[in-house]
Design a protein around this ligand. Structure first.
Ligand code: ATP
Ligand code: MG
Length: 576
């Protein structure tokens, strides 16, 4: 495995270096004028699932290039396999691309819109002697194809006449044959070194209802044939795809070159464009799986709640978790594009959202694991309202009054009965600062029958209001708190990485992180119970949270932890 790109790489700011290798190609094309200075890209998903963070990389890349070079980017559904495609996926994909902030204008296209043209091109290729109907079974075709080391063998049907091929192909369309009985294949070269050029099938018979064309067709074109032609029809200039298509480029170019030979007066004119295919390294992320097949198993076998489970690296999951569109775009800009597939460390993505939310999310106090504190020298019923800043980087957001009284909650983790060296929070006889409020010192510890600490008694220094002692004495620790009398109970879902290993493999279902979700009832500042769904907050010293847009009810938000304040995983790794 090649090295992983770590979070310690440059901060999440868009590159300021020179053009990447794709931009360099585009700039050279603009200089020489091959495309008349035009840049037209496309994002071409198959509507057979939800988009994930890898697709987001491709979306940002394609739409980003359209914007950067004053061109445009088409949204195109590569919908040639009716068995797996559904309108639900079309809708979710469009919503996700829009959410990322991109706009295809009037250019929403479907490969299925080109079915009639694709069919006519196929007839023309037959007439040019470049395609034939083959009656081998699928197994035979793959057997005849050979492999990387073994040349293929000609199909016994390769020499059918143009007339016979045309008649058979028309009968295929007319529904005379059974599924799988024949295919239409390109006539290229069965001994080609590149197996993709060994007479690839381009049409198959498949009686299935298509999400857009219904029952109009019983033959469907295959991906390689459809994709290059769709690009050329739409006038795409730069057709950007992932590296596994590198060996398909020769076929892409072959089909488009042959279509140029369609004579004037034919039933269809050659497509106008001459797109160029460019490959880049797909995104792989540590601590996750990206293949649709694996994501589908997580959903179908109930390991997650659904495609939009906040632990899923689908765009729907990231949205619900509370990632922002800007954080995903910044992530894509930061990782850039290269010709290799080295995995990116999950912390790079987490840092991107942390940086974005640090700048925007208002601050609030809540305690996830409440431990009661009683201030023995603070009169019962006496309430102070201390001023806390709403955002340290944005004074214009002002301050808010937070109630403070005799009984408080602090986080159980901020107290140690026997503090280890370097523990600067609360301990018997020790003093800490309560964020923005007062200094307190622990004087007694109350335990239950099992020896568990259930309550602390403390004294408060009333002269330290605002968090500064009058006599100038310092404390090292500052902890967060809420007033017990005013606190509200709020549900918080503490999400963490879905997998506990860096590179989940085929046993990924056994590599799930058992602690990827912990649900707690937190004690919070009253405002946190009122927040509208879809609101962000930074719980001071805890992390960034997002009021779940689906499960929150008016006045009763469910808070999802987007990400903690620090990268706890890199610490874990160092420890382990
Ligand atoms: P499959 O083809 O198995 O259904 P896919 O992930 O390739 O899955 P598509 O819908 O074909 O799904 O992908 C749409 C676009 O997104 C393609 O251009 C593809 O290259 C790109 N893409 C998919 N996965 C990644 C990834 N991990 N990193 C970058 N781009 C990706
Ligand atoms: Mg694909």
């Amino acid at each position: 495995m090649s090295s992983t790109v770590k979070a310690s790489a440059p901060a999440a700011e868009p590159r300021e270096q020179g053009p990447n290798f794709i931009e360099a190609i585009i700039e050279e094309d603009n200089r020489t004028g091959v495309y008349g200075g035009q840049v037209v890209t496309r994002f071409p998903p198959e509507p057979n699932g939800y988009l994930h963070i890898g697709h987001a990389k491709s979306i940002c890349l394609n739409f980003g290039l359209g914007l950067k070079y004053g061109g445009r980017t088409h949204m195109r559904f590569d919908d040639t396999n009716p068995l797996t495609e559904e309108p639900e996926f079309v809708e979710s994909i469009l919503g996700d691309v829009r959410w990322l902030g991109f706009d295809w204008g009037t250019h929403l296209h479907y490969a299925s819109d080109y079915f009639e043209q694709l069919y006519r091109f196929a007839e023309e290729l037959i007439k040019l002697g470049r395609a034939y109907v083959c009656s081998l079974t699928a197994e035979q075709i793959s057997e005849y194809r050979g492999d990387f080391f073994k040349p293929g063998r000609d199909s016994p049907f390769r020499q059918r006449s143009v007339d016979e091929n045309l008649a058979l192909f028309r009968d295929m369309r007319a529904g005379i044959f059974q599924d799988g009985q024949h295919t239409l294949r390109l006539k290229i070269d069965m001994s080609a070194g590149n197996p993709n050029l060994r007479d690839p099938p381009i049409y198959r018979i498949r009686r299935a209802r298509h999400h857009r064309t219904g029952d109009a067709w019983c033959i469907y074109p295959l991906y390689d044939y459809t994709h290059c032609i769709s690009d050329a029809i739409e006038g795409i200039t730069h057709s950007i795809c992932t590296l596994e298509f590198e060996a398909h480029r020769a076929l892409y170019d072959w089909v488009l070159a042959e279509l140029k030979n369609i004579p004037p007066g034919a039933s269809v004119a050659p497509p106008r464009g001459s797109p160029k295919q460019i490959e880049f390294g797909r995104l792989n992320l540590t601590y996750t799986v990206m293949s649709k097949r694996k994501l589908l198993r997580l959903v179908n076998e109930g390991h997650v709640e659904g495609w939009d489970d906040p632990r899923m690296l689908t765009i729907a999951g990231l949205r619900r978790r509370g990632f922002t569109p800007a954080s995903v775009r910044n992530f894509a800009a930061l990782i850039g594009v290269t010709k290799n597939d080295a995995p990116i460390d999950m912390s790079v993505l987490e840092n991107a959202v942390r940086e974005d939310l640090n700048a925007s999310a208002p601050r609030a106090l809540a305690v996830l694991r409440p431990l009661k504190v009683v201030l023995e020298n603070w009169p019962a019923g006496d309430v102070d309202h201390v001023d806390l800043v709403n955002h340290p980087l944005k004074p214009e957001l002002g301050t808010r009054k937070v109630p403070f009284g005799r009984e408080l909650y602090i986080d159980a983790e901020d107290f140690e009965e026997q503090p280890p060296k370097g523990f600067f929070r609360l301990a018997p006889g020790k003093e800490v600062r309560l964020r923005g409020a007062y200094f307190i010192t622990c004087t007694a510890v109350k335990k239950d029958a099992g020896g568990k600490v259930v309550e602390l008694t403390c004294t408060v220094d009333r002269d330290s209001r605002g968090g500064e002692a009058k006599d100038g004495r310092k404390v090292k620790g500052t902890i967060h708190w809420v007033s017990a009398a005013h606190a509200v109970d709020v549900r918080a879902r503490l999400y963490d990485r879905l997998f506990s290993v860096e590179n989940p493999d085929d046993t990924f279902l056994e590599q799930l992180n058992p602690h990827s979700l912990d649900v707690v009832v937190a004690k919070a500042e009253p405002s946190l119970a009122q927040a509208a769904p879809g609101t962000h907050v930074q719980l001071e010293r805890v992390g960034y949270f997002f009021a779940d847009p689906k499960d929150s009810k008016p006045g009763a938000p469910v808070w999802n932890r987007v990400v903690g304040l620090k990268d706890s995983w890199s610490k874990e790794k160092k420890k382990g």
